[in-house]
Write a protein that binds this ligand. Structure first.
Ligand code: NAD
Length: 296
């Protein structure tokens, strides 16, 4: 029997409805939700993303502002802007669009985001809180991955989980959150000697690498949950044979489908859930800022 699809779009839609209801309840009490997205420079791709974000926030009753800063802004000026947003009591959430121009330091910038308003969970302090077992706000892709796995009802406690890819943004936070769920986690990366040894024992396999077709049927334990975080644009042909681009993950979906127990599609899996988690974190940040929830 082929694997069951884990539908990230359906799950994300349900989370958005919940966020809209919770946001309406918060607004009724007179408390605001205001997300400020910082965009340095004039990247057209980031602008499109920001416009989509603005629309989504508007639909859910969340105030959204885009703070556009000059490409040549200095690090200290950017830090000062983030400090100003941290001190502004009308701002409940802050995020910084990446990539930043080369002269700016991403990590220093992320350090400057207020910990309680850090809706993407990228301030290293927030990762530290996850390590200490009292999460304030966790990174969105890691949260998305956990929710997708939990939707299968496959218990994480004691499960063998292999995470392929160990970046700061994806693999490491995913491994941390899954460790918090008491899974036995193996974290693989480019220097892992024999990926198959680790992937074949996994009850849950998470792949976050950025290489299309990296994971094929022979990597998979029959019945495993497979979460494909990868997003890759590859050349393909349309039905008339004309060259087009399409989006695929890191998992060779057709070969893995008959072997896995559950699988996320790309697109339509982790991607929409990551956006939904950003919205959920935005609500959490507002509740933290308004002291309706404790950090831990
Ligand atoms: P990255 O390049 O920063 O890290 C890639 C990781 O994969 C590294 O740890 C590297 O050691 C490891 N790796 C590379 N080749 C490998 C191999 N052959 N075997 C095992 N490990 C290998 O990438 P990233 O930013 O973590 O992103 C990874 C992928 O996830 C990309 O496709 C990205 O677009 C996608 N992504 C998706 C979302 C989402 O919301 N769906 C969010 C973040 C990243």
């Amino acid at each position: 029997m082929p694997a069951q699809l884990i539908d990230g779009k359906v799950m994300a839609a349900s989370i958005r409805r919940q966020v809209a209801n919770d946001a309406a309840a918060l607004l009724q009490t007179g408390l605001g939700i205001h997300l400020v997205a910082v965009l340095v420079g004039h990247s057209p791709a980031a602008r499109v993303y920001a416009d989509n974000q603005a629309r989504t926030c508007h639909d859910l009753g969340i105030r959204y502002s885009l703070l556009e800063l000059a490409t040549d802004i200095t690090q200290s000026r950017l830090n000062a802007e983030l400090a100003r947003l941290a001190a502004d009591t009308t701002v409940t959430g802050i995020m910084v669009h990446l990539p930043l121009p080369a002269h700016l330091n991403t990590q220093e910038t992320q350090y400057a985001i207020d910990v309680l308003k850090d809706v993407e969970g990228v301030n290293p302090a927030n990762i530290g809180h996850v390590v200490y077992g009292h999460t304030i706000i966790a990174p969105c892709t890691a949260l998305a991955t956990v929710e997708l796995i939990e939707s299968t009802n496959v218990p994480l406690r004691g499960a063998e989980v292999t995470v392929v890819g160990a970046s700061r943004i994806a693999g490491k936070p995913i491994a941390l959150l899954l460790t918090e769920r008491q899974a036995t986690v193996t974290l693989c990366h480019i220097h892992t000697r024999d990926l198959c040894v680790h992937s074949q024992k996994a009850d849950v396999l998470v792949v976050a690498v950025g290489k299309p077709g990296l994971i094929t049927a022979h990597h998979i334990k029959p019945g495993a949950v497979v979460i494909d975080v990868g997003i890759n644009r590859v050349a393909a042909a349309n039905s008339q044979g004309h060259p087009v681009e399409k989006t695929v993950g890191d998992v060779d979906f057709p070969s893995v489908l008959p072997v896995a127990g559950w699988i996320t599609p790309v697109p339509g899996g982790v991607g929409p859930m990551t956006v939904a988690m950003l919205l959920k974190n935005t609500l959490r940040a507002a509740r933290l800022v308004h002291k309706l929830e404790k950090p831990f």
